[in-house]
Design a protein around this ligand. Structure first.
Ligand code: NAD
Length: 517
């Protein structure tokens, strides 16, 4: 579709519609913009003129390009003025009846080959198409806010959407400078579904008083996320976040896996909505309080006290720990031993253990091993180590409690002690994101590459769920989820059959008879 041959109509000139009109016009299309409220389309064009002037002033756009973009946008006062458009993108109020009635009117106006696209973020595309004469030409074109900056477009097919229509919108999105990802119309599509555990695991930790919001946020920032879940919920607004959670929960027939949290419901009931109300998890404008800085003396004392250190485990993380431990011990004049065949990853220091979380708590390891001085630490996933959660077995000696933190510092982390909960902070969150993405793939909502692109571009995740999985292992993720399930029961932590299959395939490949000679 050449832009000059493809006039675009945008209906709804609010935040999203104005952004969609802008990107279409910048890509060279003639754009007609309609809004039910008188003057709203012209206002949106005037706002865009100011935005474009700002970009010209900053040298990011030429004056000619800004003028050409504006000249291509025509605010219209009647829906009938949209006749002759090749594609209509709807961005009106999020209401099924309003969207259905609009598309019925549009269908009567537009040529038969025209594509009807909806920017709905939560309504079933299949449901919006129901009642149309040609439901096959209706498709979801889900942009993210702010539209000119966010690269992702979820191209959402309903039950009756024709594959050729999905393919056209996919290609059109690319010419608008976007990264399209195919999705099947299911609650939350890709991003809003897979992202649920990012909030839910933080809320679950807070519900059981495992730690403070500032610690959770620091740990996930330490894992490479731009914002921690608590500060992000404060930014989105707890009312909005709770509403999305409830809508995904209801749309999944109240599957407990998607259940909202009492922590958030209580905040909404009390008007603690986040930044917009001045208070959420944090008070604003101050925001999150700073965490106490690590004390270098603790690292020094822990390393000096060590007589014999063994790095357990094999694989990239164990190698990395070995490198760090070697550097930390160098001034002592000895290095760590290695036990590559160990069943766990971490450090053994004079017979006591600092173990990478597998999902088992420190207390469970004590019960298994008979060793009382056990600490577990969270999964480091970022190349630049930052804040890392750890937990110490309840009966551990005071000396080991201090030394465990000291050793984590010596390895380069800023340790934060949390309650002895399965999977700590980052590992349980990532495992649940992977699990949700695995179910989305199992159900044909998207493919693995689509899920990764969607999460990186739609919500700025530092990596996609399948990229995390590739650096982890399906068996380990399954074991961690099973540990969570064993602790909490209920449906939330049930393991995706897709992940179970991957774990089985890993075990089969690792069996001695199947190993390459
Ligand atoms: P908005 O309130 O800023 O704008 C909606 C506009 O639609 C308003 O100007 C309103 O006058 C107009 N309108 C309402 N009913 C209409 C009708 N029947 N015909 C023509 N115009 C009508 O809303 P928004 O945030 O731009 O959201 C629009 C759509 O995009 C919704 O479906 C929303 O779920 C979806 N969406 C929003 C976001 C977001 O972050 N805001 C992100 C993705 C998708």
């Amino acid at each position: 579709m050449k832009p000059q041959d493809t006039p675009i109509a945008v209906v709804g000139a609010g935040i999203m519609g104005a952004g969609i009109a802008q990107v279409a016009a910048q890509a060279g299309h003639a754009v007609r913009l309609f809004d039910a409220r008188d003057g709203a389309a012209a206002d949106a064009k005037a706002r865009l003129a100011t935005t474009l002037q700002g970009l010209v002033a900053k040298g990011r756009l030429t004056a000619d390009a800004a003028d050409a973009t504006l000249a291509r946008i025509e605010p219209v006062g009647q829906l009938s003025a949209l006749a002759g458009s090749a594609v209509v993108v709807e961005a009106i109020v999020e209401d099924l009846a309003a969207k259905r009635s609009l598309f019925r009117e549009l269908e009567a106006l537009l040529p038969e080959g025209a594509i009807l696209a909806t920017n709905t973020s939560s309504i079933s595309v299949t449901a919006i198409a129901n009642g149309l004469q040609h439901p096959g030409r209706l498709i979801g074109m889900h942009f993210f806010n702010p539209v000119p900056l966010m690269k992702l477009v979820e191209v959402v097919s309903g039950l009756q959407t024709e594959p050729a229509v999905a393919a056209s919108i996919f290609e059109l999105s690319k010419t608008w400078g976007k990264v399209p990802v195919h999705a099947k119309s299911t609650p939350g599509f890709i991003v809003n579904r897979i992202a649920r555990p990012y909030y839910a695991e933080a809320l679950a930790l807070l519900l059981e008083q495992a730690t403070e919001p500032a610690v959770i946020d620091a740990c996930l920032r330490g894992a490479g996320f731009r914002m921690g879940p608590c500060e992000l919920m404060d930014l989105i607004g707890h009312d909005t976040n709770l509403a999305v959670t409830k809508s995904v929960y209801e749309a999944n027939f109240f599957d407990k896996r998607f259940g909202p949290s009492l922590v958030q419901a209580e905040m909404v009931a009390g008007g603690l909505l986040g930044r917009k109300s001045g208070r959420g998890f944090y008070a604003y404008p101050a925001g999150a309080p700073a965490l106490p800085a690590p004390d270098p003396a603790m690292a020094h004392a822990a390393v000096q006290a060590a007589r014999e250190v063994t790095v357990h485990g094999s694989g990239a993380l164990a190698e990395w720990l070995a490198e760090r431990a070697t550097a930390a011990l160098a001034p002592q004049g000895f290095g760590p031993a290695r036990l590559l065949t160990s069943a766990w990853t971490g450090l053994e220091v004079d017979g006591v253990r600092l173990m990478l979380t597998s999902g088992l708590t420190a207390a469970e390891w004590v019960a298994q091993s008979g060793i009382t001085d056990v600490a577990v630490f969270d999964r480091p996933v970022h190349t630049e180590p930052g804040t890392l959660a750890y937990a110490v077995a309840p009966a551990a000696s005071a000396a080991w409690q201090a030394q465990a933190a000291g050793w984590l510092q010596a390895l380069g982390f800023a340790p934060q002690r949390v309650a002895d909960t399965p999977g700590l902070v980052v590992a349980r969150t990532l495992a649940m994101l992977v699990n949700e993405a695995a179910d989305a793939v199992l159900q044909g909502v998207c493919d693995e590459a689509g899920a990764d692109a969607a999460m990186k571009l739609g919500v700025n995740y530092p990596a996609g769920p399948f990229e995390w999985l590739a650096r982890w292992s399906a068996s380990e993720v399954v074991a961690l989820l099973q540990a969570l399930d064993g602790c909490y029961r209920g449906e939330r932590y049930r393991v995706s059959p897709w992940l179970q299959r991957c774990a089985r395939a890993e075990r089969t490949a690792a069996a001695p008879q199947n190993r390459a000679p």
